[in-house]
Design a protein around this ligand. Structure first.
Ligand SMILES: C[S@@+](CC[C@H](N)C(=O)[O-])C[C@H]1O[C@@H](n2cnc3c(N)ncnc32)[C@H](O)[C@@H]1O
Length: 376
């Protein structure tokens, strides 16, 4: 599987599309809004201010959330310009995602996007296909970079766990698809090393592209402690493995395909993240924080600790939303690894049932980090 080509969010606007199942990511953009807005104004004032402000969103995807973060940034800078009695800048908005992203859907939404800015300054939108683990933009060309719900995706399955021809290192994580209870310690170590390589590459590339005094605001899934994934951090994958293993026991999936799949996902702790940033050395950390977000914008639900109560969404309904959300995100890579013969309807129906049982007794919220950095 080559993630650059084989990983994309489900396109369109159907039941299983990312556009119809990205409420949680919209909530994460909202919950990190104040950090992004402050960074936008600081980046604008701290870099000139420039006549044209270049802003990149890395991992923009498509659907209702694709333009939310950049919209926010323009609004914050334009409001600051009114207060400062300055002419606002023109905006160069650069929307990046992998090659299979539904950029056409984003482009089709642009007339409406522009029509919602009457009387505002000019903004120019460009799609930039490619991986954010490589260079994407010319040197010293960006004033602000943001990324939301994307950087927990690694560039590949952890290298040390990949099945290479004749390699005995394969299949150390039998029956699992992520760091799980019962995974040998080398699995967590392989994930940590892959994250280290990837995140360092990410920082080095952005350090080339961002001007001095430019900012970067990153929000993505995180762990609350340095401990290798606790159940609250790994149930999404552990229950998916349970659903796959149940299908394997009925000969609907080859067990060997499960044993060789390790989700290219890693949610670092705040400490790990800070160590990487300080170790790489190109950026100063201006703020960093954890926050929790449920798989809906219904704060009431997770205020109850996940228990279903009158007027509160039931764990079964919640599970349905979550199963569709995970399907919208992961279906392309699962199809690529397991093959077209494996029924995604069957897999996600089983997953939905397992999630409902889990949510009947457990909190549904997931941990995220938002971190603001300035280029030295
Ligand atoms: C869950 S979506 C989040 C999209 C959007 N930012 C939002 O908040 O709704 C994650 C996006 O990151 C993209 N992505 C993952 N790895 C990437 C990489 N290495 N380079 C660029 N985009 C990547 C995926 O293709 C996907 O569109």
């Amino acid at each position: 599987m080559d993630l650059k080509k084989d990983f994309y969010m489900n396109s369109g606007a159907g039941d299983n599309s990312y556009g119809s199942n990205s409420k949680i990511q919209g909530l994460i953009i909202c919950k990190s809004q104040s950090v992004r807005r402050e960074a936008a104004v600081a980046a604008y004032l701290g870099t000139g201010p420039p006549a044209t402000m270049s802003v990149a969103d890395l991992g923009c995807s498509s659907g209702s959330t694709a333009l939310l973060a950049v919209e926010d940034i323009m609004e914050a800078v334009e409001r600051a310009c009114v207060e400062l009695r300055r002419q606002p800048p023109e905006f160069n908005l650069l929307l990046n995602d992998l090659y299979g992203n539904d950029f056409n859907a984003v482009f089709r939404s642009l007339p409406e996007f522009h029509s919602q800015r009457p009387g505002k300054g000019l903004c120019f939108v460009t799609g930039v296909p490619g991986t954010f683990y490589d260079r994407l933009f010319p040197a010293k060309s960006l004033h602000l970079v943001c990324s939301s719900s994307s950087l927990h995706w690694l560039s590949q399955m952890p290298e040390e766990l990949q099945q290479k021809e004749g390699s005995p290192a394969a299949c150390v994580n039998k029956g699992k698809v992520f760091i799980s209870a019962g995974s040998p310690p080398c699995v967590a170590e392989a994930y940590r090393k892959q994250f280290h390589r990837d995140f360092r590459n990410f920082l080095r590339c952005r350090a080339e592209e961002i001007v001095r005094g430019g900012w970067m605001v990153l929000a993505f899934m995180s762990r609350r402690s340095r401990e290798a994934a606790m159940m609250e951090d790994r149930y999404i994958w552990e229950l998916l493995a349970d659903a796959l293993n149940a299908m394997a026991s009925e000969n609907l999936v080859a067990q060997e395909r499960i044993d060789s799949f390790n989700a290219p996902f890693y949610a670092p702790s705040l400490e790990e993240l800070e160590e990487e940033i300080e170790g790489e050395g190109s950026f100063c950390i201006r703020s960093s924080d954890h926050f929790r977000a449920g798989w809906d914008d219904d704060d009431l639900y997770y205020a109850t600790g996940g228990a279903a109560a009158d007027g509160v969404i039931s764990s079964a309904r919640y599970a349905g939303r979550m199963a569709r959300g995970v399907r919208a995100v992961a279906e392309s890579m699962l199809r690529s690894h397991f093959g077209e013969g494996v029924s995604m309807d069957d897999l996600f129906c089983r997953y939905d049932g397992l999630l409902a049982q889990y949510y009947a007794a457990n909190d549904a919220a997931v941990t995220n980090v938002v971190i603001a950095l300035v280029k030295k």
